[in-house]
Design a protein around this ligand. Structure first.
Ligand SMILES: Cc1cc2nc3c(=O)[nH]c(=O)nc-3n(C[C@H](O)[C@H](O)[C@H](O)COP(=O)(O)OP(=O)(O)OC[C@H]3O[C@@H](n4cnc5c(N)ncnc54)[C@H](O)[C@@H]3O)c2cc1C
Length: 397
């Protein structure tokens, strides 16, 4: 099979990668984009029957569980392949892609018991998970985490409260960061908590700016008893596992942000070349064309940087450098994508303020990418520390 890259920069990708990119693109165009208006009107909550179809089509297209091992039901993609898919998913609004069966990457480190009980059902679309780290007093600075675990006869007892637990409203299982108190020493540890266990309670489920499928509730854990092997990454291994997870998540945010800019520019350029005011096409006014040119330049630059991070991780480059570069990609693209959405709203004029306009939805949806998985300010701190510790050359070459 000899395929041509749909994007000039993708020359040199394997045939498998190009085929994957094409499947993801078709899935987004045929399944996700047609559902956006309905999802927006329903505040993100599509009917069960529609969700079932979204899952089935993703399973048929081989887009589920991308980074997970094939023996566990995943696809075993490289980070570059994952980038290509996430970029396509970023072209659609309302996060309908969250219904594609998947599980957080940390499950790869879980015991066999959890692979069978949780990971495999997650990748078949029969269960949902959520990841709970943030707390009232611990956001950008996780050292303030107050959720604790203590040893019991058969395992651990967890107490605490987690904020902004994405999908916590629909999840069957939660991965919870808590400090295990071992004789006064606090060991950051990830626990697997079945949401149906006694003592797990949702205490608040506030509304947020976007119209997404799942909520971000506050969940309290009161004397929740888990078993000895309900730990991921080992006792005290929570921080290390999380570092690896952050680099990957930040890469994903950047990849989706590029897809969003791509769609925004396509729709806005089409509008700007057809809309006429004052006797001219509006694209002939520099006040309209220059912001588009700036956003296209941002998208192209962000794409190169993000793809480079994916390729570096695949090539086994120094994880610390990859971590720094993933922060650069997340910082650059999340800020550029939101600027792009803001410019596109302006170019659509009054139509850009309607909820049935793609730019209006992206303007609300892209804002959180500058906050979650580490705010823009935290990314800058990480990059600045990297400059000091690893040197300018390591970060920019
Ligand atoms: C929709 C949504 C979904 C989320 N999903 C999850 C989830 O699934 N699981 C989870 O665990 N968390 C989740 N979060 C939490 C998210 O990761 C945090 O909101 C984020 O890390 C910021 O923490 P904070 O909100 O406590 O803000 P704070 O840390 O209180 O920061 C407030 C402001 O101060 C700035 N600031 C803080 N420290 C510094 C510093 N050292 N230097 C400069 N500026 C600084 C920040 O950049 C920010 O502008 C989610 C958040 C949102 C909004």
């Amino acid at each position: 099979m000899n395929q041509t890259a749909t994007i000039p920069g993708d020359q040199g990708l394997t045939d498998e990668a190009l085929d994957l990119q094409r499947r993801a693109r078709n899935y987004v165009e045929d399944v996700l984009i047609p559902l956006e208006q309905e999802a927006e009107l329903l505040h993100g909550r599509l009917p069960e029957e529609t969700i079932r179809l979204v899952k089935e089509r993703a399973l048929a297209a081989g887009l589920t569980g991308g980074l997970h091992k094939s023996e566990n039901g995943g696809q075993g993609w490289s980070k570059t392949e994952w980038f290509l898919v996430e970029e396509q998913l970023g072209r659609s609004t309302n996060a309908i892609s969250w219904h594609i069966p998947n599980g957080y990457n940390v499950w790869d480190l879980a015991a066999e018991k959890h692979v069978e009980k949780w990971l495999k059902p997650l990748l078949r679309g029969e269960a949902r998970d959520a990841y709970a780290v943030t707390e009232r007093g611990a956001g950008s600075d996780p050292s303030g985490i107050e959720t604790t675990a203590v040893r019991t006869e058969g395992g651990f007892r967890i107490n605490g409260e987690k904020w902004f637990v994405t999908s916590g409203d629909v999840a069957d299982v939660l991965v919870v960061m808590a400090n295990l108190d071992e004789g006064g020493e606090l060991l950051p540890t990830l626990f697997v908590v079945d949401k149906s266990l006694g003592g797990v309670e949702t205490i608040e489920d506030p509304g947020f700016t976007h119209s997404y499928p799942d909520g971000h509730p506050t969940i309290r854990f009161e004397d929740v008893e888990v078993e000895e092997d309900d730990v991921i990454g080992g006792v005290g291994g929570g921080d290390e596992v999380q570092k690896a997870w952050f680099a990957e998540e930040r890469l994903g945010i950047a990849a989706r942000g590029i897809g969003s800019m791509w769609r925004l520019l396509e729709e806005t350029v089409e509008w700007a070349v057809t809309r006429e005011q004052g006797g001219s096409r509006i694209i002939d006014y520099q006040g309209v064309s220059f912001p588009l040119a700036d956003s296209a330049t941002d998208a192209a630059a962000g794409r190169l940087l993000t793809l480079e991070v994916a390729r570096l991780i695949d090539a086994g480059a120094d994880p610390k450098v990859c971590h720094n570069k993933a922060s650069m990609a997340k910082l650059f693209v999340s800020e550029a994508a939101w600027r792009c959405a803001d410019r596109c709203v302006q170019i659509f004029g009054g139509r850009g303020y309607r909820r049935d306009n793609v730019a209006e939805r992206f303007l609300r949806e892209l804002r959180v990418d500058r906050i979650w998985e580490g705010t823009s300010e935290i990314q800058r701190l990480i990059i600045a520390r990297g400059l000091e510790k690893r040197g300018v050359e390591a970060l920019i070459q």
